[in-house]
Design a binder for this molecule. Sequence first.
Ligand SMILES: Nc1ncnc2c1ncn2[C@@H]1O[C@H](COP(=O)(O)OP(=O)(O)OP(=O)(O)O)[C@@H](O)[C@H]1O
Length: 684
Amino acid sequence: MEAIREVEVVVNKTNGLHVRFAASLIAKLQSLIHDTRILTKIYVIHRERKTPITSLLALISYKIQKGEKIILRFEEEVSQEIIEKIKDFIQTPDYEESQDHSKTDQLLMENSVTVESVLSSLPNGIVVVNKENIITYVNEEAVKLFEIPLDQLLNHRADHVIPHSRLYHVMQTGIAEIAKKQVLNNRVILTNRSPVIWDGKIVGAVALFHDISTIEELSKELNEVKKIKEQLDLVLHSVEDAIALSDQNGDFLYTNPVMEILLKELDKTHSIFQVLNKKVWRKVVDYHRPFVEVVHLENHHAYIAKLHPILVDGCFCGTVLTLSPLNEIKTLLQQLEIAEERTRYLEQELSKHERFNGAFAQIIGYSDELMDTLSIANKVAKTDSTILITGESGTGKELVARAIHEASDRNGKPFIRVNCAAIPAHLIESELFGHEKGAFTGAFQLRRGKFELAHTGTILLDEIGDLSLELQSKILRVLQEKEIERVGGQQVIHLDVRVIAATHRDLFKMVKTGEFREDLFYRLNVIPIHLPPLRQRKSDIPLLVDSFRKQLNKSLGKNIKGYEKGFMEALIQYDWPGNIRELQNIVERTMSLSEGEYLLVKDLPKYLISSQLLEDAPSIISNEWKKEGKVKTMEEYEREIFQYAIQYYPSFNSVAKALGLTHKTVASKVRKYGIEDYLGKKYQ
Ligand SMILES: Nc1ncnc2c1ncn2[C@@H]1O[C@H](COP(=O)(O)OP(=O)(O)OP(=O)(O)O)[C@@H](O)[C@H]1O
């Protein structure tokens, strides 16, 4: 701002810038400059401290001596003439000062400076305003509390610069406000505001600020401590152990209710040595380490006694003693053992029913027979060992082999299946090991074999029992050397392939009859996995059927919701020579035939339900009659056939189709025998 001017002046008064002179300087200024806004913008700078020239108390607190220099700073436009007058006023020596005046000045100065220094060194903030609510005095503590520079406070209206200032209100009401809490710059402040009364009139107001943040913190901490103490008391009261606190001499300082009862029972009261051996005490005192021992007290009960030292800054100052009844611990231990055993059992059971690895999820069934097999497969999946999977045709050998591959680290690498039984004998070698171009007639180009294709992955040698003895030796070589040579080739190709072999044949028997090489058998049989036939795990049938139904609903676009009564029973009773593949086919066939939303017994293949039919329609070839060698009349048989058949169809039309008759014949027969009520009874 261009208007700012600074002028250096030497104070030439005998007593320096003393109170009377400061007061007369302010009076002089007021007579020269009438605009108070300009007056408040004139400052005195002394030793880098700046104060408004009109702030009497602050000015004299500088204790400026005769001959010292000060700077007058004008932050508003003031004429040179006025500036010169002010300078003169300050610089002119006071020869005419009387001895009396000089003494009075000295006294005034000393007292006001003392008052100022008392106020400024108070730990409380002080703000004084005049009756216009202009701040006339602020001490250092108040400046710190408000975090506002002194010159921005002095000579400004309190309600403009101090947040929540109520001094004006106090002046208006004349009523002091005592101990009002407020938060200023994150500090909790207690404020007293009172009017300043002079000659019976309110001439201003004063506010006293007391920072109580630390007290607040302390009281919060105290409350926390109280809370913790209450919680601790609650814990000590609710535990079933006897607990005591002792001083460094072993005298009890605190005993919880259980300990109190125990001590009463023992007729003891005050010292730890009444319940504990002195040797134990010594060990804890000497080594500063907790100690545990079983003690037999006079009430004939044994307790586990634990003695913990209390150390403060490494110095031993007491102990904590706990006594827990041994009997209860024994019972608890027994209960724990039982619980642990039970958990172990449940874990085993659960693990049987877990789906092992995600790769095995598609293998359906929870029968113990299947779960045992899958648990082995899951365990060995991560290894590179050769696996021999045996089991009747259609039991899921290929499915398990694929799951092993997927669960292994070779997952994502090739899985190559070779059906050894399906490849003509003269082609199998080139199929397995590949051939070079021109290796034999028709070998027009180089061809990689299945082993090479399976490099880094897994090869499944399915139906390995069907391999010729000659090829068995070649396979053995691959297993031993981990390398192959293409037919007609010279080059040895190193391979990293995991081999899984599968067969429905009894290789062990074949070894005995010389049809299978013994050495190859043992090479393959490193980890044998046997898949049980479906007839040995009939409990899996409903699960399998249901899963096939859901899959086929999607692929056949059907909406089969369930099964007629007797349907599942028929499937469970059947012997399943073709195993799961056969079951899958039958479900598919039945679903294709089905017209309704439920699978019907009648749609099952005849060979599967013939025995069921006999049970369901006993009157057709009744056992009773068979025994007695009797037969019924043709009409009686006919009635029973119709009565049986119409139960499974919703209309005469569908009955007619099933029986190979016309709608008319069926309708007339049903009416003839009066069996209309049976129509569709078992149809769902
Ligand atoms: N536990 C099972 N859960 C679901 N589907 C299964 C299960 N076991 C077998 N299958 C299904 O049955 C069919 C026959 O399985 P897979 O081909 O694996 O049997 P396999 O023992 O290898 O037969 P083969 O000896 O005739 O080659 C496949 O469609 C397969 O998906």
